[in-house]
Design a protein around this ligand. Structure first.
Ligand SMILES: [Cu+2]
Length: 186
């Protein structure tokens, strides 16, 4: 066997290993449908992008309850860096996903609200990291989404793979409905 062939096998093995790591990491988010759409997100409508592939930076500021950007034009296959800042008085989310995924995520956000993970202007990150009695947890660590307290900022680098209908939205109960949602236009 040549070195070249060996390399191919090693790469295939490490890919398989990271794929199963990713699967267990998403399963650990523990919130049912969320885990499913999290796992599917890489295949369905895009994937976390590489820094080296970023073509553009889009600044998104969050207010109560809206984004200062109403839509973002992207090209198929483009990788965009979103610089997200919460300039509001309350906690908000920036989540890139198809409309039906937002709808599912809203149920989980309602749970997080009920359990005191989201408390108006604060996130109980300690509670988010704890396992609940049923073995689930309320971590919020999907690659396509961030939850920010007032004054916090972060970035998401996202590669838009295909022309599925995608929106960026905040799924904290009532926010999507009051207009905290924007379109990704291909
Ligand atoms: Cu919001």
């Amino acid at each position: 066997m040549s070195i070249k062939h060996l390399k191919v096998i090693v790469t295939a093995l490490s890919l398989a290993a990271s794929a199963s790591l990713f699967a267990s990491a998403t399963a650990n988010t523990g919130h049912g449908e969320e885990a499913e759409h999290g796992a599917a997100s890489g295949l369905d409508f895009g994937q976390p992008g590489k820094v080296s592939a970023v073509t553009r930076t889009v600044n998104i500021n969050m207010f109560d309850n809206y984004y200062d950007v109403e839509s973002v034009d992207v090209k198929e296959g483009e990788t965009i860096r979103f610089n997200i800042t919460n300039k509001a008085a309350l906690v908000h989310e920036f989540n890139i996903a198809p409309p039906e995924a937002h709808k599912n995520h809203q149920k989980e956000m309602l749970m997080m609200l009920k359990h005191g993970v989201i408390q108006g202007n604060k996130l109980n990150r300690k509670l988010m990291s704890m396992k609940m009695a049923n073995g689930e947890s309320m971590t919020h660590n999907d690659p396509n989404s961030v939850l920010l307290e007032p004054g916090e900022s972060t970035e998401i680098i996202w590669k838009f793979d295909d022309k599925t209908q995608i929106e960026f939205a905040c799924n904290i109960p009532g926010h999507y409905q009051s207009g905290m949602v924007g379109k990704i236009n291909f």
